[in-house]
Write a protein that binds this ligand. Structure first.
Ligand code: GLY
Length: 368
């Protein structure tokens, strides 16, 4: 193990219970590709390519099956207008040479007989897989605990830089981290991965701390007593112009999401949001009306002005590193962010994947 990782502390008031606890876990590089977001697309594709070995490593080291399912995603059309919209998206994604296939109404129903007879066709993204983020968090927690890293269940309130030199007596900053629990931590390197809560950490430059805003998303979890009742594919869809996704787990859970609401840090579950999700789910996948109700929950996506994450160091010493703002793709981007952060910690600029470089914090100074 490199010396640089000898002492690691993870500060989190509720480890693993933030955005990743709510996330559905779609690894949707293709079906999250929108017009004008080609840089995000390259990043997402590179991240998707890392997931297989990342999943194998996590499962091997923790002994936990993290629910990495290599079954593709369908984007189904509820009506004729929805079909036109998805068909245009399909043409765009084909122009980018993404692996998408158009299926007629009868073809898609043959592939997924559970779909409503009214479905008008679909786009198949065969390489958009899924993972269970709650199991990923469980596996990661187990691995870091076994390594002897400290998991501190408190909130970091401030980061203070001390430019007199680092704790090894060599050039570079060291940092003091003030914790809500009362004591301080001292470190030569800090990774700020506070998700949507970055504005609540004092001591960061304003162009970074003000760049991330929370975007609320509500999720409903249903359960089938027999998982074979559910489709194997992740079903995304548009019905009456509204987007929805349904992610089937091997244990018979179906995760239905998600709303997009600009409501600050509010995480109350709105009854109307649950109604919308259940109505649209039933319109595309009637079996959802027969499933049992498991959970409703709301989470906060860390959104940025250009929808891209923020990954890079923000001080001259290179010791203050940000990995935040992953918006709708935090789970997908986890392994590529880890590769980039690992390189930054070791001051190995060349080790940062080239797809991550456009997402350095410095770009925010231009768009702030
Ligand atoms: N990635 C799905 C969502 O943000 O709802």
């Amino acid at each position: 193990m490199p010396d640089v990782y000898e002492k690691v502390a993870i500060v989190d008031p509720s480890p693993g219970k933030g955005t990743s606890w709510v996330a559905a876990g779609m690894l949707a590089a293709v079906t999250e590709a929108y017009y004008g977001e080609e840089l995000e697309l390259h990043l997402n594709m590179a991240a998707a390519n890392l997931w297989k070995s990342f999943a194998e490593t996590l499962s091997e080291k923790s002994g936990i099956d993290i629910g990495y399912r290599q079954v593709g995603t369908l984007v189904v059309a509820g009506g004729n207008d929805d079909r036109s919209y998805i068909r245009e998206l399909y043409d765009y994604q084909t122009s980018l040479k993404l692996n998408v296939e158009w299926l007629s109404a009868s073809e898609v129903r043959e592939l997924v007989p559970q779909l409503a007879p009214s479905v008008r066709g679909a786009m198949l993204a065969a390489d958009d897989y899924q993972v269970d983020p709650r199991l990923v968090v469980k596996a990661l927690t187990q691995i870091i605990t076994a390594k002897g890293y400290s998991l501190l269940p408190t909130r970091a309130t401030s980061v203070i830089s001390d430019s007199k030199g680092n704790s090894r007596g060599s050039a570079g900053n060291s940092f003091r981290i003030i914790l809500e629990a009362g004591n301080d931590l001292h470190a030569d390197k800090i990774i700020v991965c506070t998700g949507p809560w970055i504005s609540q950490l004092n001591g960061l430059p304003r162009f970074v701390s003000s760049a991330v805003r929370p975007v609320k998303g509500e999720i409903v979890r249903l359960a089938a007593f027999d998982s074979s009742l559910l489709p194997a594919h992740t079903i995304r869809g548009i019905t009456n112009g509204r987007s929805i996704y349904m992610v089937p787990r091997a244990d018979g859970t179906l995760v239905i999401g998600a709303t997009m609401e600009e409501k600050g840090f509010d995480t109350a579950v709105r009854s109307g949001a649950v109604f919308d999700l259940l109505r649209d789910a039933r319109a595309l996948l009637p079996i959802t009306a027969e499933l049992s109700f498991q959970e409703t929950i709301a989470g906060l996506r860390p959104a940025t002005p250009d929808n891209g994450p923020i990954v890079g160091s923000i001080d001259e010493s290179g010791g203050l590193i940000v990995a935040a703002g992953h918006y709708r793709n935090g789970v997908l981007l986890a392994p590529i962010t880890a590769v980039a952060v690992n390189a930054l910690i070791q001051s190995d600029e060349k080790g940062v994947p080239q797809e991550v470089i456009p997402f350095s914090p410095s770009r925010l100074e231009r768009i702030a």
